[in-house]
Design a protein around this ligand. Structure first.
Ligand SMILES: Nc1nc2c(ncn2[C@@H]2O[C@H](COP(=O)(O)OP(=O)(O)OP(=O)(O)O)[C@@H](O)[C@H]2O)c(=O)[nH]1
Ligand SMILES: [Mg+2]
Length: 307
C-alpha cells in the first residue's frame, strides 16, 4: 500500500522532492535565505502560497522552540509539519453492511467532480478495492448526458464481474440513484457507488440535479450518501480547482480523491487541495489500472518527498 503511493509519487519525488531535499541538505546554513528558498520551492511544487507560507512559518517556529539549527533537522521538521497539515490517513467511512437481522445498512458512495478528472475510473477502482475487502458493490451510472459514460462503466463492471444500474441518455440522474438503491437492496448488495456527470458546474440547473441525487439517496437510506467524494485532477493547475468548489457546495463533501498523481512532478498539489477545501484527501490515483488507487497516507507522502 505504502509502496504504491511511493511509486506513484516517483515523478514528484524526482523534481519537487529533490528541490526540497537540495535546499535542506546537510551542512547548509539555516537563515532567512533558506526559509525563503524553501517557500518558493513549495509554491513551485503547486502547494499554493497560503500552504507554503504557513508550513514554513510553522517549521521556523518549531526549529526555534526545539533548538534545531541545521538544515537536516529542518528537513525532518518539514516532513512532520506537512504530514500534520494533511491530517489523518485516508480510507472510506461506511456504515457496517446489512447483517440480515435488521442491523447495518447499505453503504452509499457518491462521486462528483469536473469533467474528465477521473470519476468513472475512480468508481471502478473503489469497487475493485471494496470487492477485495469482501464487500458486494453495485454500480449506478447517473451520468445520463453521454451514452459513452454507461459504456465505459459497463466495461469496468464486466472486468470486475459487477452489475450496473443505468438509464437512457437524457433521463433524470436522480431516478438512476433511486433505482440503484432499490436494486442494491433487492439484490443483497452492501455498497452502492453512484457515478455522476462532469459538466454540472456550468449550469445551476444541473447543480440542482446533483443535489436532488444526494437528496434521493438520503431519503432511501439513512445517512446516505455516506461518502461524498470530490474527484480532482492532480495535474490541473491550482486555478482549475476553484471550479470544483461548486460541487462541494452542492453535496457537502466528506473527502477528496486526487487522481493522476503519477502524472505530475509537482506533488505539492495535495497540500494545496487540503488547504483550499479543508477536507481530508482519502485516496490518490496513481495510474489508469484498477489497483492504481491508494488510501492516502500523509506520513508516507511527506517521507517520500523529504526523507
Ligand atoms: N495516469 C492516470 N490517469 C488517470 C487516473 N485516473 C483517471 N485517469 C485517466 O483520466 C481519463 C479520464 O478518466 P474518467 O474516469 O473517464 O474521468 P471522468 O471524470 O469520469 O470524465 P467525465 O465523465 O467525462 O467527466 C481516463 O483516460 C483515465 O484513464 C490516474 O490516477 N492516473
Ligand atoms: Mg465519467
Amino acid at each position: 500500500m505504502a509502496g504504491r503511493l511511493a511509486e506513484g509519487l516517483s515523478r514528484a519525488k524526482g523534481s519537487f522532492g529533490q528541490g526540497l531535499r537540495r535546499i535542506l541538505a546537510r551542512g547548509r546554513p539555516v537563515g532567512a535565505d533558506l526559509y525563503e528558498e524553501l517557500t518558493e520551492t513549495l509554491i513551485l511544487g503547486d502547494t499554493g502560497v497560503a500552504a507554503a507560507t504557513a508550513a514554513v512559518d510553522e517549521v521556523r517556529r518549531l526549529a526555534e522552540r526545539t533548538g534545531v539549527t541545521d538544515a537536516e533537522g529542518l528537513r525532518r521538521l518539514l516532513a512532520q509539519v506537512i504530514a500534520e497539515r494533511l491530517g489523518p490517513a485516508g480510507g472510506l467511512d461506511l456504515p457496517a453492511p446489512p447483517d440480515g437481522r435488521g442491523g447495518g445498512c447499505l453503504g452509499v458512495i457518491l462521486v462528483v467532480g469536473v469533467n474528465g478528472t477521473g470519476k468513472t475510473t475512480t468508481v471502478a477502482k473503489l469497487a475493485a478495492r471494496l470487492l477485495a475487502e469482501g464487500r458486494h458493490p453495485l454500480l449506478a451510472q447517473a451520468d445520463t448526458f453521454r451514452a459513452a459514460a454507461t459504456e465505459q462503466t459497463l466495461v469496468w463492471a464486466g472486468r470486475l464481474g459487477l452489475e450496473v444500474v443505468h438509464h437512457r441518455v437524457g433521463s433524470d440522474p436522480a431516478a438512476v440513484a433511486f433505482d440503484g438503491v432499490r436494486a442494491a437492496i433487492a439484490r443483497g448488495n452492501d455498497v452502492l457507488l453512484v457515478d455522476t456527470a462532469g459538466r454540472l458546474h456550468t449550469k445551476t440547473g444541473l447543480i440542482e440535479e446533483l443535489k436532488k441525487v444526494a437528496r434521493i439517496l438520503g431519503r432511501e437510506v439513512p445517512g446516505a450518501p455516506h461518502e461524498r467524494l470530490l474527484v480532482l485532477d492532480g495535474t490541473a493547475g491550482l486555478n482549475s480547482l476553484e471550479q470544483a468548489r461548486v460541487f462541494g457546495e452542492a453535496v457537502s463533501l466528506t473527502g477528496i480523491v486526487i487522481t493522476k498523481l503519477d502524472g505530475t512532478a509537482r506533488g505539492g498539489v495535495v497540500l494545496a487541495i487540503r488547504e483550499q477545501f479543508g477536507l481530508p484527501v482519502k485516496f490518490v490515483g496513481v495510474g489508469e489500472g484498477l489497483d492504481d488507487l491508494v488510501p492516502f497516507d500523509p506520513e508516507v507522502y511527506a517521507g517520500e518527498l523529504l526523507l
